[in-house]
Design a protein around this ligand. Structure first.
Ligand code: ADP
Ligand code: ZN
Length: 526
């Protein structure tokens, strides 16, 4: 129309103040709103809690017509609809859990031109007749929330999102705004390509969350490390991520047995159990949720004070999103990742065995290696994490584990050669515990049964502790010199990396896993 940008933005500011009660836009919100008011396509990348909703809710109200919001999860939609209604905005969601009477009520509102926001899942949007019915309405905008779901490069690919590419054909001239909290450069391009919006402006906010204190430490005694972290955070909520459903149940039961207000959460719970767990989590009471990554989107509690990973996430994107659930109120929050070499090797092994197409496996493998590098990094961990998203933090953060307690390293060339020899001499099929026993010259059932006590490597590492050798093995796994084989995590050499080390051609610098470091990293810094 003839409305100039100035007056359109005046209207947007008025909506921000009068409907939302905010005095000013935050960060990139204003630029995003201006684009949509102008009728242009936009991609918004903001960390969780950055204020993405305002980017489409303000222009949705400031423009005429119905704002269509595509969202992957019913829980997310319900939260947003409830929040808008609380502000006096006519909003509704169409999803599979809605009964037909309620759905027809929603259509009455749409057809009367009264509804301002309609949330739909992509499946629902693409169901027969839906697009035709919507095409009769004037649309203010189309918002695509959790836009990374459209990308096979993303960590949460949903094939239904692919069909959203056809939207411009049905709704010509309607501005689209895609929003996500996680997307590396590659995923960004993929989102814009898959949605068919090559001219979209990319608005990328900083992912730095200065109130998050990140730490990672090798597993020594998992439960003790976990409880000392929980002990230090006795207010608000804590989230403990595990790699399997069974483990969430086991850990939650153990914690509950020790008097912690712990519950398990995973995709195997019934809808009723899930709802009950979410209700407790949201109620504001003190709680420890032991969960798989199914405990994810839509989790919005401001006072999550700590997030502990008992197993390594599969990618830096997933890791960032999971730790990002902590400290949304801006107050300090602590995160701790516990990791082990066997976990890393197992993750690589699973990927190798996966039936996924080669191209997908390559992506997943690149992500996994980035995650392993992030885990073992000796520099500022916050910088390393942000670097995964293409962001350069100009100075070290000063409060991650590595900044607070610089990692000591030592020349581990000799130790590495001893480990590699021991793995080789014992036949490349025994696990880390056995290899460490052989190095230490410790007589066990296994060393006797397999006649390993007569080997030249038996006892060549007598002078060092079991923990020392486990640390060396883990780091050799992390750098790819050692891999696991078979169902029992037997260790074997990866010739290409191991041979130059064995020949003494490459020096091996290792990080010192002191007992102090293992304990300290589990505690918030003082
Ligand atoms: P995201 O969807 O990016 O995770 P939200 O849209 O839920 O973030 O916003 C996070 C929080 O920030 C909400 O509590 C919201 O009310 C608040 N917020 C967003 N924009 C502003 C603003 N311009 N001024 C003040 N608070 C804001
Ligand atoms: Zn740091």
């Amino acid at each position: 129309g003839l409305v100039t940008r100035g007056t359109a933005m005046d209207r947007a500011h008025a909506v921000l103040r009068e409907t939302f009660g905010f005095s000013a836009f935050r960060g990139l919100q204003e630029a995003a709103v201006a684009r949509v008011m102008d009728g242009q396509d936009t991609l918004v990348l903001m960390p969780t809690g950055g204020g993405k909703s305002v980017c489409y809710q303000v222009p949705g109200l400031a423009r005429t017509g119905l704002a269509l919001v595509i969202s992957p999860l019913i829980a997310l939609m319900q939260d947003q609809v409830a929040a808008l209604r609380q502000l006096g905005v006519n909003a509704a969601a169409l999803h599979s859990e809605l009964d037909p009477d309620d759905a027809s009520q929603v259509w009455t509102e749409i057809n009367a031109g009264r509804l301002k926001f309609l949330y739909v899942s992509p499946e629902r949007l693409l169901s027969p007749g839906m697009i035709d019915r919507l095409a009769r309405q004037e649309l203010a905008l189309i918002a695509i929330d959790e836009a990374h779901c459209v990308s096979a490069w993303g960590h949460d690919f949903r094939p239904e999102y692919r069909a959203l590419a056809s939207l411009p054909a049905h709704f010509p001239g309607v501005p689209r705004i895609a929003l996500t909290a996680t997307a590396d450069e590659r995923t960004r391009e993929d989102i814009l390509g898959a949605l068919g919006m090559p001219d979209a402006e990319r608005l990328v906010a900083s992912f730095h969350r200065p109130n998050l204190h990140v730490a990672a430490t090798p597993k020594a005694s998992e439960l003790r490390q976990l409880t000392s972290m929980l002990d230090a955070h006795r207010t608000g909520a804590s989230i403990v991520y595990c790699g399997s459903r069974a483990k969430t149940e086991r850990v939650a039961a153990t914690l509950a047995g020790q008097g912690w207000p712990a519950i398990a959460f995973h995709a195997g719970l019934s809808p009723m159990e899930k709802r009950a767990a979410l209700m407790r989590f949201r109620s504001g009471e003190r709680i420890v949720v032991v969960a798989t990554i199914a405990f994810g989107m839509g989790i919005d509690r401001p006072d999550v004070r700590c997030v502990v990973h008992l197993d390594m996430p599969a990618s830096p994107e997933g890791y960032y999103q999971q730790i990002g659930r902590a400290g949304r109120d801006g107050e300090p929050a602590h995160t701790l990742l516990l990791y082990g070499g066997e976990d890393m090797a197992r993750a690589r092994h699973w990927l190798d065995q996966s039936q996924a197409p080669e191209s997908e496996r390559r992506v997943m493998s690149a992500r996994l290696e980035a995650m392993i590098a992030l885990t073992e990094t000796t520099g500022c961990r916050t910088q390393a994490l942000l670097a995964c998203f293409g962001e350069v933090l100009p100075a070290a953060c000063g409060h991650c584990d590595n900044c607070a307690h610089p990692v000591a390293s030592f020349d581990g060339t000799d130790a590495a050669r001893k480990v590699l020899s021991a793995i080789y001499r014992t036949g490349q099929r025994f696990g880390a515990v056995h290899v460490a026993s052989v190095l230490r010259g410790k007589s066990t059932d296994m060393t006797r049964r397999h006649q390993h006590e007569g080997l030249s490597v038996f006892g060549i590492g007598k002078d060092r502790s079991e923990q020392f050798w486990r640390g060396v093995i883990r780091q050799l796994i992390a750098r790819g010199a050692v891999m696991t084989v078979g169902d029992y995590n037997g260790l074997a050499l990866d010739e290409r990396v191991a041979r130059p080390i064995l020949r003494g051609e490459v020096p091996v610098l290792l990080r010192e896993d002191t007992e102090g470091a293992l304990k300290r990293a589990a505690l918030p810094d003082r």
